[in-house]
Design a protein around this ligand. Sequence first.
Ligand SMILES: [Ca+2]
Length: 284
Amino acid sequence: MGSPRRFPVPLRCKTCAVLLVAVAAAAQVRAQTPVCSYTVINSYPHDDGAFTQGLLYDGGVLFESTGLYGESSLRRVDLESGNVLQQIGLDAAYFGEGLALWDGNLIQLTWREHTAFLWNATSFASTGSFAYTGEGWGLTHDGRRLIMSDGSSNLRFLDPVTYAESGTVAVVDDDGPVDDLNELEWIAGEIFANQWYTDRIARIDPDTGGVIAWINLDGLLDPQPPAGDVLNGIAWDAAGERLFVTGKRWPSLFEIELVGCPELRLFFDGFETGGLEDWSTTQP
Ligand SMILES: [Ca+2]
């Protein structure tokens, strides 16, 4: 005599149906990644020779890292005029990339040279360097960890003192993994990331990697820049709550406000029960 079935066949089929509904519901959650827009608050001059790869705002000025071999630089820039107040060039063997400010040092990544340079943020004097594996694209920090992109759909977390990698998060939206994550900015509990060769910025939940919303910046620079001179450069004035964006060799840098977006993570009282936990079940 065979052992009795745990469930009668009809119930097992019903269980399958419930699972299918659950899968469909999860897909529905992924299909709901909001896409929001922007309005321009201010427009400022930007050096159209600056191949922007890293941008941040601190102490009333912008710091900028520019790329290309033989043209890479570190700059202090006046916001209002766009004038370059201070600049050093990188050796022609290095292609400048992401930029973050930590404990008085500017940390500047390089694209394929596996080297991050440390510069005194006041004097721009060299204060060291460290090595990492893979490519360097964007860099920011959340107050306790450096956050780095490498062109993939993963973001890496690095210890800001030892530079050891402490973890990664896979970034996904309704369409799956989000590749080509580029320049980064930590804003009110979220990671903002340019996606290379698009006019979009992803707002990423740092815990789950889920894209909270896309910001569509289509049409921000008019006329359209030449191919390759893409949107890249996000800076946040935390004190003034001002968001700045620009692009590679763009003649303008814009202060924008978001339109039709979900509230920023730390500004949203209902975050803890806001349903973002659903993302943890939809990551590949
Ligand atoms: Ca930035």
